[in-house]
Design a protein around this ligand. Structure first.
Ligand code: NCD
Length: 371
């Protein structure tokens, strides 16, 4: 087949219904490749939040940390991050270290054999010969998913974890965001050692997303996850050109989730239980179109603080430009640096789950912490 007649990764995948895509990425009703937020049902989200919380408690002692480090010390991971990243990369690297996984990295395709004309598919196939897990950030949506199918077709049992796929999805970020929201809305219970994440802490809550919602993959993935919580409401605040895409709104409507649009942040701040700020994703501009947008209207400012709810969660996947006034950093409602740490524990939990050592973590926790 001539290369130009080959359908793109996204075209091949778009032709499949979501349920089929999810089924192909799972094994025995359990997530194997972590690619899409739609793979996570409530039970899996609850289980992973609980696991993350258990792991961070276990890690508080030297003996606990040593236990975690033995869990996957026979595994090797490749961090194939060919789109810029600091925190997601470091977060996965730290998660691997917590579990004793040796990891290596490819971050710059210009120093890999791709420069000699090797296709990216071949590069990933080669990586699969050295490693037991591939964690991937890639600018093309659908690439991680296509590679998951590709490795399956080669009968390789190597999970792929999506660390950000173009403008489409960022499921591990969404999972850490859900975990952060649980820790905000259920703070008192969790601090008292109640690790029941199965209750719906989102009922009656309003989550407001602000900024470049069309191209921000974190927002898309988190919107999918929030649909698992009946009674949640979402507000999408963005310039018209960057409003959330119709495919997400259709998904919300199918799941009976209430939502509204706005282009005036100050008008919705007082009603919000969480405000999720995002930066302009101008690396995806085709002809500098973002320059025409007045993004300053989509900043969270210290002047708005008197309107905030007392328990508001201010969130941002980071990196931040100036979407959040720095004066707000010391406000206890600012949760964006907590998100970073929660991300490390959530990613460690997700890797433990993928390799089926979650039961060992739960056993350890129960024998050392349960009263
Ligand atoms: C986000 C991303 O890469 O999508 N960053 C992250 O992973 N924490 C958000 C962004 O780059 O704006």
């Amino acid at each position: 087949m001539a290369p130009e007649s080959k359908p793109s990764a996204q075209e091949t995948i778009d032709a499949l219904p979501t349920a089929k895509r999810v089924a192909l990425l799972n094994r025995n009703d359990r997530i194997f490749h972590v690619i899409l937020a739609q793979q996570f049902d409530r039970e899996t989200i609850d289980r992973l939040c609980k696991l993350a919380e258990m792991m961070r408690n276990i890690a508080e002692t030297r003996q606990g940390l040593q236990f975690l480090r033995t869990l996957l010390s026979h595994k090797r991971a490749m961090l194939y991050f060919i789109q810029p990243s600091t925190r997601t990369f470091l977060s996965f690297a730290a998660a691997c270290q917590i579990l004793g996984i040796a990891y290596d990295e490819v971050r710059n395709p210009s120093v890999s054999s791709e420069i000699k004309g090797e296709t990216e598919d071949d590069t990933v196939r080669v990586l699969s010969q050295y490693f037991n897990l591939i964690i991937m950030r890639h600018p093309t949506e659908g690439f991680a998913e296509q590679m998951a199918h590709d490795l399956d077709a080669l009968h390789l049992s190597i999970p792929i974890i999506n660390g950000g796929s173009g403008q489409d999805q960022h499921p591990t970020q969404a999972m850490l965001d859900i975990y952060t929201l649980h820790r905000c809305f259920g703070r008192t219970a969790i601090e008292r050692g109640n690790l029941d994440f199965s209750q719906n802490r989102f009922e009656g809550k309003t989550i407001t997303f602000v900024g470049d919602l069309r191209r921000g993959r974190t927002v898309r993935s988190l919107a999918y996850l929030l649909c698992r919580y009946p009674g949640v409401r979402m507000i999408f605040v963005a310039p018209q050109e960057l409003q959330i895409s119709d495919d997400i709104l259709e998904y919300l409507a199918r799941h009976d989730v209430a939502y509204e649009h706005s282009d005036d942040l100050s008008a919705v701040v007082a009603r919000s239980d969480a405000i999720y700020m995002t930066r302009l994703q101008d690396e995806y501009d085709i002809a500098g179109e973002s320059k025409k947008i007045d993004y300053d209207r989509f900043r969270l400012t210290a002047e708005m603080a008197p309107q905030f709810k007392p328990d508001l969660a201010i969130m941002h996947p980071l990196p931040r430009r100036n979407e959040i006034d720095r004066q707000l950093d010391t406000d206890p409602r600012a949760r964006y640096f907590h998100q970073v740490q929660n991300g490390m524990w959530m990613r460690a939990a997700m890797i433990a789950y993928v390799f089926h050592v979650d039961a060992a973590v739960i056993d350890h926790y129960q024998s050392h912490f349960a009263h």
